[in-house]
Design a protein around this ligand. Sequence first.
Ligand SMILES: C[S@@+](CC[C@H](N)C(=O)[O-])C[C@H]1O[C@@H](n2cnc3c(N)ncnc32)[C@H](O)[C@@H]1O
Length: 234
Amino acid sequence: MEFGALTPNGEKSRRPKDEWLENSWHDLMARSKSSHRWLQEHVSDPYVKQAQKDGYRSRSSYKLIELNEKDRLIRPGMLIMDLGSAPGGWSQVAGKLVGEKGRVLATDILPMDAVKNVDFIQGDFTDEAVVNQILEALNGAKPDLIISDIAPNITGIESADQGTSIYLVELALDMVRRVLKPKGNFVVKVFQGTGSDAYLKDVRTSFEKVSVRKPKASRPRSREVYVVARGFKG
Ligand SMILES: C[S@@+](CC[C@H](N)C(=O)[O-])C[C@H]1O[C@@H](n2cnc3c(N)ncnc32)[C@H](O)[C@@H]1O
């Protein structure tokens, strides 16, 4: 219908432009409310405050710290691969725990400032050329542990976001199957939803023991959980 056209009963129609404006306004209000809520939560979040005090680049660091305390994943001298590492909170934790004799190979599509004991490759993990670059950097070495906190940029279209996030964790599992040391461990963030149960089943086929964890630093309303898979069957 054209703008301002008459309806069959002779009344002036609601103009689509007005509807569009109204919808956009509602959308904007909803988004600005949720941004406002996020900002309020962020500034009063104890993990954000603690991260600032401890010099961690992200509150995510505490998720890995908690997972490590529970599952004893990281030891000095280990080689660790960190997928989706920017801004570097997990790399900081892992780099510190592996120490001078260990190494972390981190990768992200975004840039990341240097971290002690950590090598970084910037690139899109869905790009085979980047995967090859990561494999080259390993130079035949097999990581003891692969950690993945990789998460796509959220578009707001839930089914698309879930699809992309499952695709990324599947790629992480491919990497695990290519390079992880036999008996090695794998930690991966998974968003619960379509495809997550099938993914968990798939992980179970390659590991002796698989647990699903929700660290305290993971926001309760987030659908993210962490799959801790131990004892790679090789
Ligand atoms: C939750 S953040 C990781 C936070 C990090 N573990 C930390 O502690 O600072 C998820 C990361 O996944 C990365 N990511 C998303 N899609 C990617 C892709 N296709 N290739 C590489 N990294 C990707 C994002 O750039 C983002 O930095």
